[in-house]
Design a protein around this ligand. Structure first.
Ligand SMILES: C[S@@+](CC[C@H](N)C(=O)[O-])C[C@H]1O[C@@H](n2cnc3c(N)ncnc32)[C@H](O)[C@@H]1O
Length: 243
């Protein structure tokens, strides 16, 4: 089993409880104007549906796709997203050419595959399912900052669990690997989770977008819309268009 088939399950919600609808609302408030008049919106890797719900609340016609049965179920239970979400793999989208006016891919839902051509395939698929003039809002980790200021070990508590995370950069700076141990504070039962992310730089991503036919229209460094500063910014947010 690949790490991304296992990691986005019940402990994802515990580990990332701080990634909530408040954060999604801020991002959509800042970047939502890029999606105006670009319906419908595809939330690619929609997870528990926090962005999908935020888009719907903001009046967009929106749909989601994700691989995780667990998170898709949560999307239905929490928000009633049945009929709006589909289970699938981002490398092979089950949609016809030109189905969407725009797409979003938020909170580092990219770089999961060990082969670069598989990651590139995701951009190719997004490009294929967008209409001409379609917009893609892409929100990734700032790899330069992560490599320079790696928090190699952290310990915290969330939702009744102790979370012990160790991070290493491997493969000459190409991969960020996170090993997490999650222990139930009551039962002391511990589970291990691994995440493995391809650390694409801004330069890498711009080349990849260009190679599948996207034109970059703007770049930001956080959800407030501040400029991207290499080595400093929290996020690398790229907005591009299918000409
Ligand atoms: C970091 S989470 C972010 C989820 C959501 N975008 C958010 O901001 O809450 C990454 C998401 O990618 C999904 N995912 C992982 N591998 C995938 C794949 N091969 N195809 C589609 N979705 C995938 C996971 O299930 C998870 O929901």
């Amino acid at each position: 089993m690949e790490w991304y088939e296992a990691a986005f399950d019940r402990f994802y919600t515990v580990m990332y409880s701080h990634r909530d609808t408040k954060e999604a609302a801020l991002a959509i408030e800042t970047f939502g104007h890029f999606l105006q008049g670009k319906s419908p919106v595809l939330d690619l890797a929609s997870g528990n549906g926090r962005y999908l719900q935020t888009l719907l609340d903001a009046g967009h016609e929106a749909y989601g796709l994700d691989l995780s049965h667990y998170l898709l179920r949560s999307s239905v239970q929490q928000w009633g997203h049945e009929g709006r979400i589909v289970q699938g793999d981002m490398r092979q989208l089950p949609f016809a050419h030109g189905s969407f006016g725009s797409a979003i891919n938020m909170f580092t839902s990219f770089g999961y595959f060990s082969v670069d051509t598989d990651n590139l395939l995701v951009f190719r698929e997004v490009h294929r399912v967008l209409k001409p003039s379609g917009v893609f809002l892409f929100d990734f980790i700032n790899a330069t900052r992560i490599s320079a200021k790696l928090l190699d070990e952290t310990r915290r508590q969330s939702m009744g669990f102790d979370i012990h995370e160790r991070r290493v950069v491997e493969g000459h700076g190409k991969y960020l690997v996170k090993h997490a141990k999650i222990s139930d504070l009551e039962t002391k039962k511990t589970e291990s989770i691994e995440e493995r992310l391809r650390l694409y730089s801004k330069k890498d991503l711009l080349l990849m977008f260009g190679s599948v036919g996207f034109q970059v229209i703007d770049i930001f460094g956080d959800y407030h819309g501040n400029a991207f500063v290499s080595g400093v910014s929290d996020r690398l947010i790229i907005v591009c268009e299918k000409p």
